[in-house]
Design a protein around this ligand. Structure first.
Ligand SMILES: [Zn+2]
Length: 247
């Protein structure tokens, strides 16, 4: 690289400028219907990452260290809780990425709604969602990687009936697994040591999780889910996914 600079007699300030332009971490913010996110952008890459559940500390730690060392954009929800305030209630932020999912999520902690108030907030979500997703989604052909942790018994077996294909590894803990939405990605990833499921058909009555919005928009989506506290396991899985899919 230095040889190129020498060859074209690029001056020191220009090198400095280019270096900063390519490698400096840029920090900004965005919101989805008032739910705030911090964005860390490291250089240029067609990978976006997201931490959407604020109480999943292992995933937060991993994503923080990962974005310092790898190019891409990482979205961190600015909350320490799983559920976040939305209008007069709280919601799981990973259940509002479809209108049908959002309707169910909004009623979970507030069963009785004034119909007009509910319709209004659903409309606001629809509008805000498109803007948020446009920002979040990687450029064409890129990958969106979501990092999650579980601590309530949720495991890969809970996803099998919603999946088109799956590969379960006996020696792996069922609570550590990968969900993907692209058949080619699935074929590459299932060769590895980890539990994996493919969900590439849109569900009509879906639960509003980000994976469905990614699928609907033809964005390759990967969810890397591990037990809370199992940082090294999740780090290995993330490295495996990126290495396999970069080939
Ligand atoms: Zn989660």
């Amino acid at each position: 690289m230095l040889a190129i600079f020498k060859k074209y007699r690029i001056t020191t300030p220009l090198i400095f400028y280019l270096y900063n332009f390519i490698f400096t971490m840029e920090i900004s913010e965005t919101s989805y219907c008032g739910i705030e996110f911090e964005i860390k952008k490291n250089g240029f890459s067609n990978i976006s990452y997201i931490l959407i559940h604020g109480d999943e500390e292992t995933a937060r730690m991993l994503l923080s260290e990962h974005i310092n060392e790898n190019q891409g954009r990482a979205f961190f929800i600015k909350s320490k809780q799983r559920e976040v305030p939305l209008g007069p209630t709280i919601v799981d932020p990973n259940r509002i990425f479809s209108t049908i999912g959002a309707k169910k999520a909004l009623k979970k902690f507030k069963p009785n709604w004034d119909q007009n108030e509910l319709e209004l907030i659903l409309k606001e979500l629809d509008e805000s969602r498109n803007i948020f997703l446009f920002n979040l989604f990687p450029s064409e052909g890129g990958i969106l990687i979501a990092l999650h942790n579980n601590f309530r018994g949720y495991n890969v077996n809970s996803e099998i009936e919603n999946s088109q294909l799956y590969s379960i590894k006996k020696e792996q803990n069922p609570r550590d697994f990968i969900i993907c939405t692209n058949l080619n990605d699935y074929k590459k990833l299932k060769q590895g040591p980890y539990n994996i499921v493919l969900q590439n058909i849109m569900e009509e009555g879906n639960n509003g999780s980000l994976s469905w919005a990614a699928l609907e928009n033809d964005v390759r989506y990967i969810n890397i889910e591990t037990r809370l506290g199992w940082l090294s396991q999740q780090r290995k899985m993330l490295k495996f996914v990126e290495t396999k899919l970069s080939k």
